[in-house]
Design a protein around this ligand. Structure first.
Ligand code: 6CS
Ligand code: FE
Length: 308
């Protein structure tokens, strides 16, 4: 699979037909998901058992306690601290700081910046599970650390990742999965990930056109691409809200179209997670469906080489 670069290539990739129109109409809509959630058959090779794959298909997420050992967690915590205090990293455009402080909020493309974190992408505990869910070779669409520091780490308002990746990165369908690995204990009170179970089966279109360079503000505080309150209320009334709590070292795999978010963290205890986003090579990104230009490659990858 070749990388797509430059405007001429993207013109050739202009998508034909859009199953999930968003940010184009003045009224929001609920669109039923056309694609499966788990693409491989239940017996496919990998570390998920059949019951876990069934749970993922039903809820849109599945938790894997103790994916990393305590020693590995300690090593990754040291790496996160090193990255957050490295002046070169802080000066890099891939580093996003909090709105309310100059604390690091996120570091994108962290699997290429950090050799240690890069190894996780190829680790069978992560890769085999992503391949089972997506039923194909996979590539990294995005990776990031969300630090969510104590004493004010900012939250992430309700959204569907796929809605953004479709509109702004040109992702055709919701055949992508995120693996969130907790490097600190995730509690209800320090801004853990919240997911509406089953919401991945409904695409909620958003109102409001995508401005140029939207990512320069959306990664700090997302506005465009967040659903209206009535749509969020309808979904939460229908599905409820599950809290992804768990000890450091645990992981949550969640479908690209889950309605999810997380609150601010005013406690002294950081909620620092690594997010690895895998997309099927059969779902490689085209031109954006609803944005003036593609986002930078460190946010939406254009190298579709499969992870081995
Ligand atoms: O825009 C994005 O790709 C990022 N924004 C959010 C709120 N979640 C997914 C991703 O990190
Ligand atoms: Fe998200």
């Amino acid at each position: 699979m070749t990388a797509v670069t430059g405007s001429t290539d993207l013109d050739q990739l202009r998508p034909t037909g859009d199953r999930y129109p968003t940010r184009v109409s003045g009224t929001p809509a609920f669109i039923d998901r056309a694609e499966p959630t788990v693409w491989a058959d239940r017996a496919s090779a990998g570390m998920f058992g059949a019951q876990e794959l069934d749970a993922h298909a039903r809820d849109g997420f599945v938790q894997v306690p103790d994916l990393l050992t305590a020693d590995e967690v300690a090593g990754y915590r040291r790496e996160l601290d090193r990255l957050a205090t490295d002046p070169a990293v802080r000066a890099d455009e891939r580093c996003v700081v909090e709105k309310s402080s100059d604390e690091v909020r996120s570091i994108f493309e962290v699997h290429l910046i950090s050799e240690l974190i890069g190894r996780l992408v190829h680790d069978e505990r992560v890769l085999s599970r992503a391949r089972q869910i997506l039923g194909s070779d996979v590539y990294v669409h995005q990776s990031r650390i969300n630090y969510k520091p104590g004493f004010g780490g900012g939250g992430f308002y309700w959204h569907s990742d796929f809605e953004t990746w479709h509109a702004e990165d040109g992702m055709p369908g919701p055949r992508a999965v995120s693996c969130s690995i907790s490097l600190t204990d995730n509690h209800e009170y320090n801004g853990c990930l919240m997911i509406m179970p089953g919401s991945h089966r409904t695409f909620v279109s958003c109102v409001g056109e995508t401005p140029a360079d939207n990512h320069l503000s959306s990664l700090t505080e997302q506005e465009i691409g967040t659903p209206d309150p009535e749509s969020i209320s309808k979904l939460s009334d229908r599905h409820g809200i599950a809290m992804m709590t768990g000890a450091a070292g645990g992981a949550t795999f969640f479908d690209s179209n889950c309605m999810h978010g997380s609150g601010n963290n005013i406690t002294p205890y950081p909620r620092s997670n690594i997010f690895l986003v895998f997309n099927s090579v059969e779902n490689a990104c085209l031109a954006p469906y609803s944005a003036p230009a593609p986002r930078p490659e460190h946010i939406g990858a254009r190298d579709f080489s499969p992870v081995r």
